[in-house]
Ligand binder design. Structure first.
Ligand code: NBP
Length: 479
């Protein structure tokens, strides 16, 4: 056998990953695709890669040194299950099957348990960075056993993106941990994109600046603490002029945002875990709202603010928006990491949060200077109760929160939707609140459902006899 690694599924992601693998010293890459013509096309187009062709799964297995290692890059869902079954039938105990697709982490947990029965390792590996990342260096989030990582780690390290000399890959945790972390990455990506979009909208409507002028603002921001891939590409999109109409492209793109579901997964999972990821949720819902075109058209004559809005000092307002964006972004990441912590507890994953931030610094969509600060925060204190409570982020909040409030007030008064800015601010104020009206909610729950409550001044669980004489009794806690 000549090959040390195989790629199964040669659409755009698989082809690029196979080429990336082949370009690294020491790798010989076997390639397989259900439709063999695609395998032939790839091999013909890239003779320099020295691919080993596998026309069947058996040929694939025969071409691989042990432990055999194959990375699956097929359409997530049933195709993945079909390919796993085929690989299991030709692989042997100790071999390694990696799923690099966008699998739901619960599917990965199920698949890992089933494949483990055969003695074969199954690794769900989150891969971020799209086509470009797959070819030139993605951020890689493998789960699975520590044993499988001994073989897989060096191979993945060779192809990963590099940030400040360090490859963006780590063994995230067992079974579905890698795909889970990839999912949260995508959720944070939704929030980051929505926050940037809100910032653009507020600046445009508040100052009257053109998209190209706002691109200059984003370029400026990209030289400071907001420096990130998403800010960078936002400026490029805003500067683009539509060839057909001569209008800014952003003005001719239909304002209905699509989604492929990973943001929704992040929120659904957070609901199950009881973790408030409100910034991420608002970003997902903002896309849903935008796409309800018929409803929006029917609602377009609902009343809004009576007076037109114009900010007095454009530069001061833009600086406020920058601060609001930074503060909201910190909230989104803090919430995302809370979800990771909760899932790690639930599933018994030993996830090192600083490592997660470290491997997101290059290769992936949310890569940003800011991730260095998150890495540093968790290095200084791995048990931070929340990311936002790290000294650096506390200071950032002190510097930004007043500007953030001004922006949210202005948006509300002007009738400009800023769901991610405002819900993040509400979260921030909820988190730091001395007392929350949750006390009243508990009272209401006790009234109609005898759900009981605890007291601030005594241990125990209590119930007020609402339908009787309204005296309080000590209750047996049924929860
Ligand atoms: P697609 O998601 O479009 O899948 C196409 C591949 O799946 C082809 O190789 C196809 O083989 C194969 N396939 C299908 Br469909 N059903 C199959 C079956 N029953 N048995 C065997 N093979 C089957 O490819 P992609 O866009 O390259 O994405 C691959 C994975 O990477 C997906 O899970 C995706 O979510 C994930 N991902 C994509 C991106 C991105 O930016 N596109 C980023 C990160 C992750 P055929 O040629 O014979 O039809």
């Amino acid at each position: 056998p000549q090959a040390n690694i195989a790629v199964v599924g040669l659409a755009v992601m698989g082809s690029n990953l196979a080429r990336n693998l082949a370009s690294r010293e020491g790798n010989t890459v076997a390639v397989y695709n259900r439709t063999t013509a695609k395998t032939d096309d790839l091999i013909a187009a890239h003779p320099e890669a020295g691919f080993v062709k596998a026309a069947t799964m058996q040929e694939l297995a025969d071409s691989l040194q042990r432990p055999r290692t194959a990375i699956i890059m097929v359409k997530a869902g049933r195709a993945t299950d079909a390919v796993i079954d085929e690989l299991v039938s030709v692989f042997e105990p100790g071999d390694i099957i990696v799923d690099g697709g966008n699998a739901l982490f619960t599917d990965t947990i199920r698949r890992e348990a089933a494949v483990r029965e055969t003695g074969i390792h199954f690794v769900g590996c989150g891969i971020s960075g799209g086509e470009e990342g797959a070819l030139n260096g993605p951020s890689l989030m493998p789960g699975g056993t520590a044993e499988s990582y001994e073989t897989l780690g060096p191979i993945l390290t060779g192809i990963a993106a590099v940030a400040e000399g360090e490859p963006c890959v780590t063994h995230v945790g067992t079974d579905g941990a890698g795909h889970f972390v990839k999912m949260v990455h995508n959720g944070i990506e939704y929030a980051d994109m929505q926050l940037i979009a809100e910032a653009y909208d507020l600046i445009r409507r508040g100052t009257g600046k053109s998209p190209a002028e706002i691109a200059d603002v984003f370029d400026e921001w990209n030289r400071g603490e907001l420096e990130s891939y998403l800010i960078e590409i936002t400026a490029e999109v805003l500067r683009q002029v539509d060839a057909a109409t001569g209008q800014p492209l952003v003005d001719v793109i239909l304002d209905a945002a699509g989604a492929k579901g990973t943001g929704a997964w992040t929120v659904q999972t957070a609901l199950d875990l009881g973790v408030p990821v409100s910034g991420i949720a608002e970003a997902v819902f903002a896309r849903s709202l935008s796409s309800r075109l018929a409803q929006r058209a029917a609602a377009s004559d609902l009343p809004g603010p009576a007076e037109a809005w114009q900010v007095d000092d454009a530069d001061a307002f833009i600086e406020d928006v920058r601060k609001a964006l930074f503060a909201s972004k910190i909230v989104a990441y803090s919430q995302g990491f809370d979800e990771i912590v909760a899932a790690a507890e639930e599933h018994g994953w030993d996830i090192r949060k600083g490592e997660v931030a470290r491997i997101w610094r290059a290769g992936c969509i949310i890569r940003a200077r800011f991730l260095n600060d998150i890495t540093d925060a968790y290095a200084a204190d791995p048990d931070l109760p929340a990311l936002i409570l790290a000294p650096y982020f506390r200071d950032a909040m002190a510097e930004t929160q007043e500007a953030w409030r001004r922006v949210v007030v202005a948006a509300a008064q002007a009738g400009i939707p800023s769901p991610a800015f405002s819900s993040s601010l509400a979260y921030y104020d909820g988190l730091r609140a001395d007392r929350l009206p949750a006390a009243l909610v508990q009272g209401q729950r006790d009234f109609f459902g005898a759900h009981t409550y605890r007291r601030v001044d005594r241990e125990g669980t209590f119930h007020t006899q609402w339908s009787g004489d309204r005296t309080e009794v000590e209750a047996v806690d049924t929860h």
